[in-house]
Design a protein around this ligand. Structure first.
Ligand code: ACO
Length: 325
């Protein structure tokens, strides 16, 4: 089996910021409620004309540049998203066309907030068994397109963004040394995208309402804490390590209180955990990709560190990887 490593990272965040104060003007909420319950101060909003593929392309180009790999040399492109431009073509094919990655095959993966790690682990299999030499994995979400802006229980939580990585032969650095993927379909009803059958027309535009996210936050919260803690323990054990060997944990950024509860359950110091939810909210699959990018940029992750990436999302699906940086 060949070793696989992360050769380069990229990210893209839309310009427009939506602060908690802005949300106070849209729904009955407050900066204090949002910040104390979630840790979020602001999030980014993609422009009206900006599609998920546009975010994906920008993150991809930066990752390719950092990996010093040309698009035409790519073998595989995987995009992980739950907010694609449309049902088809896949966002991965749109990216392939835009960056002229003529040789690459391309497909999307849907694993909600766990998408990036599902994408990385899937791509890793192709590289490990020698079918492909390199892969571009992108997590991109314009999830605010799926939000009911009248629903204060969900609209305060989410933001748009994209992150990407190029995977290739690992020569020791940035090697992915363990993987864990898990699904609990029995909890799928706790978070889904629905069209409101009872009130199908939008009050203002009189047009058919777009499908939007509904969720049972309290129930999700408890399962998220248990699933993420379990995922960390399994991935660390599979890597042949102990929790004490871990230098940095990069978790999915759904709620700062979920992250604190996971840290408490695992008896991990919170300063070992990278958090940027205050700036971006929950960007679904893109959260962990952007967090990894920033943790490296801010030197919270350094050469030789053992890093755990861990996530959970609608499905429900959870995942973790250990990377030796
Ligand atoms: N502003 C003000 N008040 C609010 C808001 C708001 N934005 N939202 C809810 N409230 C009110 C509720 O109506 C409720 O009022 P009541 O007591 O009068 O009924 C009160 O605040 C408490 O509401 P809870 O739902 O009990 O609040 P909780 O402490 O559970 O926090 C939250 C809610 C933040 C959603 C939390 O449960 C959570 O983060 N859950 C996990 C959700 C999650 O991670 N989802 C993403 C899944 S990942 C993926 O795949 C995309």
């Amino acid at each position: 089996m060949k070793n696989v490593g992360i050769l380069g990272l990229g990210h893209y965040l839309p310009q427009r910021r939506l602060t908690n104060a802005d949300l106070e003007k849209i729904v009955d909420t407050s900066d204090d409620w949002i910040f104390t319950r979630t840790g979020i101060r602001e999030r980014r909003l993609a422009g009206k004309e900006e599609k998920t593929s546009d975010l994906a392309i920008k993150a991809a180009l930066e990752a390719l540049k950092n990996a010093q790999i040309k698009a035409e040399d790519l073998d595989l492109i995987i995009v992980t998203t739950i907010s694609p431009d449309s049902n088809f073509p896949s966002v991965a094919c749109l990216v392939q066309k835009a960056i002229h990655a003529k040789k690459a095959t391309a497909f999307d993966i849907s694993a909600a907030c766990s998408g990036f790690l599902f994408g990385v682990t899937t791509a890793k299999q192709f590289l490990q068994n020698g079918m492909y030499k390199n892969a571009l994995v992108i997590a991109a979400e314009k999830i605010t397109n799926l939000i009911d802006w009248n629903d204060r229980t969900t609209c305060v939580l989410f933001g748009d963004g994209a992150g990407a990585c190029v995977l290739g032969p690992g020569n020791g650095d940035h090697a992915i040394i363990s993987d864990y993927l898990h699904a609990q379909g029995q909890f799928g009803g706790l978070m889904s995208v629905q069209a409101d059958e009872g009130e199908p027309l939008d009050k203002e535009s009189n047009m058919l309402r777009k499908p939007y996210v509904v969720m049972q936050g309290k129930e999700l919260f408890k399962i998220a804490v248990n699933s993420m803690a379990e995922a960390v323990e399994i991935a660390v054990e599979k890597a042949g390590l102990k929790l004490a060997d871990i230098d940095c944990v990069v978790p999915h950024q759904a709620n700062d209180r979920i992250i604190s509860a996971v840290a408490k359950k695992l008896n991990l110091a919170k300063d070992k955990i990278f958090i940027n939810i205050d700036k971006y909210g929950n960007m679904s699959a893109a959260s962990i990709a952007v967090a990894l990018y920033e943790a490296v940029e801010q030197k919270r992750i350094q050469k030789g560190h053992h890093v755990v990436l861990v996530t959970f999302g609608a499905g429900l699906v959870s995942a973790a990887n250990v990377v030796r940086w």
